[in-house]
Design a protein around this ligand. Structure first.
Ligand code: ATP
Length: 339
């Protein structure tokens, strides 16, 4: 029988690498952290890496890839992987890669992503083709704006034009999306091709600067000082949702997996996240899907209330992923989880 000990788990040392590597060790794998020079400290201090490979910058990944192939390392992609290498380069990875790399293109392109999510039967914020159509609060999202930089809210065409005038990002592409007044809920799912099941692992909301601090000063001061809202992610806050919402949330995840099979051979598997705003009618408006492990799973290194219901041991998303690989190896199905 194939032995998990013959394989190693490797990832770029950033984003969710601590829990991925710790989870891999808990499942009996040796681990490799690919670190940027000068940034190895956390991976040493927390003892999650059996080996550290240093590179100047993450974009140099391909310079050390042969080493990973020689060590029979399975590479785990995460958010930094995609943002540093770009989906075109992720497709060129020759080392063993967990998850379906062909799906990444669908989450990297706003209109492809929208088609996928609508096909999945998910409710999304309305899009407006042109500013003249704005008849409710909208959020203007610029393409490639890291951390939602420059996003703004408008209530009507006049406000839109006023705020767009002289806007530093005006030349970039953008979308005009209905602004949903509600709370953000990010659901972390795991779909295993080995068991065929969809699990809800945990939930989070983001802790964003300055969006999560503007409410700490009076509205008048906000206006006087001319504060512009930004959404620079600084951390993640765990959430437990109303239990009665769970059936709907399972259904949403299953819809996303089913629809993924129609757009890409093999569909979506492994960890993924639906990012939604939930309004006071408890309607979910999904505005994004992340087709890989998200940083919102980081509070749950020791498991979440939901994983605790299902597993009688600590189960992070990183560990769940390693277990999927381990079970696939033991059942001689490894190619089914690689893509
Ligand atoms: P990414 O997740 O790709 O880094 P980003 O940080 O640039 O994206 P988004 O995540 O799209 O930007 O949105 C930034 C913030 O705006 C988030 O806090 C999100 O909750 C909020 N938001 C996004 N779309 C809407 C919407 N339609 N209605 C209300 N709030 C929204």
């Amino acid at each position: 029988m194939a032995n998990p000990k013959d394989y190693k788990i490797a990832t770029l040392a950033s984003h969710t690498a601590l829990q991925i590597l710790k989870g891999a060790k808990e499942e009996g794998f040796e681990t490799i952290a690919i670190c940027q020079k000068g940034k190895r400290k956390p991976y040493e201090s927390y003892g999650v890496a059996d080996k550290i490979i240093e590179i100047e910058k993450f974009e140099d990944y391909f310079e050390i890839e042969q080493q990973l192939i020689d060590e029979k390392a399975i590479v785990i992609p995460h958010g930094s992987f995609v943002s540093y290498l770009g989906f075109e380069n992720v497709k060129k990875i020759k080392a063993m890669h967990y998850g379906n790399r062909n799906i990444i293109e669908w989450e990297s392109d706003r209109s492809m992503e929208r088609k996928w999510l609508l096909d999945a039967g998910l409710n999304m914020p309305k899009l407006f083709d042109k500013p003249e159509d704005i008849d409710r609060p909208v959020i203007i999202k610029f393409n490639g704006a890291g951390g939602g930089k420059g996003y703004f809210i408008a209530n009507n065409p006049e406000e839109f034009h006023k705020r767009m005038e002289g806007h530093p990002d005006a030349e970039r592409g953008y979308v005009i999306q209905e602004y949903i007044v509600g709370v953000p809920i990010y659901t972390h799912y795991f779909h295993s091709p080995v068991t065929g099941e969809l699990e809800i692992m945990s939930f989070d909301k983001r802790y964003e600067s300055n969006a999560d601090s503007v409410g700490r000063i009076a509205a008048k001061d906000q206006v006087d000082v001319g504060i512009q809202t930004t959404y620079t992610i600084t951390g993640n806050v765990p959430i437990v949702v109303r239990e009665s919402l769970l059936p709907k949330i399972f259904e949403m995840g299953e819809g996303a997996v089913e629809a993924s099979k129609k757009i890409v051979d093999g569909g979506l598997w492994g960890p993924f996240c639906l990012e939604a705003i939930v309004d006071p009618n408890l309607d979910f408006f999904v505005f994004e899907i992340s087709a890989r492990i998200v940083a919102g799973t980081n509070p749950f290194v020791h498991g979440s209330p939901y994983t605790w219901l299902r597993y009688d041991e600590p189960m992070s998303t990183g560990r769940r992923l390693a277990r999927d690989i381990k079970e696939a190896i033991e059942e001689d199905k490894l190619p089914e989880v690689l893509g």
